[in-house]
Design a protein around this ligand. Structure first.
Ligand code: COA
Length: 308
């Protein structure tokens, strides 16, 4: 079946780096606690969601040998839009000169995988060149006096160019899920700050990643043993390790970037994916499993054969 393949990728992170030591100057916390409980060492803070998305998008377009005028659809995953109206994708469309339509997807930290699956579907109904971006500035909705959230978050963006192909596409299987009964576990009201019930999210997150990954793999006719690289949402190193262990995926087959970026919500999976691509951990034919979870709660997994 024809589909779509990734032909370009790029990231953007703000210049400013905030270390655990920096945070422990103003919060009752320590580098030792944050490192042991989360795996985070530092995070990048600053910029705007549209600005980071444009920069990541420029890198992805350049890598694909394209410009914005070649793109017939822009899908932007974000849970920290620049404004309520217009969609941040409109600003990114203008900034990159995207020729076609543009819309935002908000599925919290699952947003990038949701957006990627939607983009593959759009390729099946005629879209030719699609830019998929995950971009976040969680720092803007964080109460920097609240240690339960401030130690976790970071800002950044990651983007991929998806091009329709006559041959087989990359997407072998996917699974999207949501349970709005759990919506109070992670939330931010208009004008407010991010709140999360860390313990409860932790419990649901491990289960969600495992179940969703197994469903996506089953739909692809594969098992965890077939996965060459697992690219999970980066919310807590302990969640990643617990899920990988229970899936039987050894350490050399999964990506951890949370030490450098913290939790960047819908940017975390593309940041980790691009890190794996830049370090040659993904090759043509590699089976790549993306899986994320987040506020809503939502969860999402996609199984790709790299290069189709
Ligand atoms: C938030 C999280 C790191 C907290 O880790 P935890 O192991 O559950 O820690 P707890 O909340 O049980 O706290 C343990 C102790 O550390 C203390 N503590 C909490 N935050 C702290 C901090 N930043 N620094 C130092 N101590 C802290 C607590 O007060 C508690 O002390 P006590 O034992 O004296 O009561 C963890 O629950 C988590 O990552 N959850 C998932 C969050 C998530 O994924 N969110 C994003 C979803 S997309």
């Amino acid at each position: 079946m024809p589909g779509a393949i990734v032909t370009g990728w790029g990231i953007a992170v703000p210049d400013k780096v905030v270390t655990n030591e920096d945070l422990s100057l103003t919060l009752d916390t320590s580098d030792a606690w944050i490192t042991e409980r989360t795996g985070i060492k530092e995070r990048h803070i600053g910029g705007t969601t549209s600005g980071l998305a444009i920069e990541a998008g420029e890198h992805a377009l350049k890598r694909a040998g394209l410009t914005g005028s070649d793109i017939d659809l822009l899908v932007l995953a974000t849970t920290t839009p620049d404004a309520i109206v217009p969609g941040t994708s409109a600003t990114v469309q203008a900034g990159l000169g995207v020729a076609g339509g543009a819309f935002d997807v908000n599925a919290a930290c699952s947003g990038f995988v949701y957006a990627l699956v939607v983009a593959h579907g759009m390729a099946l109904v005629g879209a030719q060149k699609i830019l998929v971006v995950g971009s976040e500035t969680l720092s803007r909705i964080t109460d920097w006096d609240d240690r339960s959230v401030a130690i976790l978050v970071g800002d950044g963006a990651g983007a991929v160019v998806l091009e329709a192909t006559e041959g087989p596409g990359e997407l072998l299987g996917w699974h999207l899920g949501a349970d709005g009964e759990l919506r109070d576990l992670l939330k931010c009201d208009h004008g407010g700050h991010l709140y999360m019930n860390g313990k409860e999210i932790f419990r649901h997150a491990v289960r969600a990643v495992i179940d969703s990954s197994l469903i996506a793999l089953e739909r692809a006719g594969l098992t965890p043993d077939d996965v060459d690289l697992f690219v999970p949402h980066q919310a807590n190193a302990r969640i990643i390790t617990a899920a990988a262990q229970r899936l039987g995926i050894a350490e050399d087959r999964y990506v951890v970037t949370i030490d450098r970026y913290g939790n960047t919500s819908s940017a975390s999976i593309p940041l980790a994916l691009v890190d794996a691509l830049e370090t040659d951990r993904i090759k043509p034919g590699s089976i790549v499993l993306l899986s994320g979870f987040g506020g809503g709660m939502t969860w999402a997994s996609a199984v790709l054969r790299w290069g189709g």
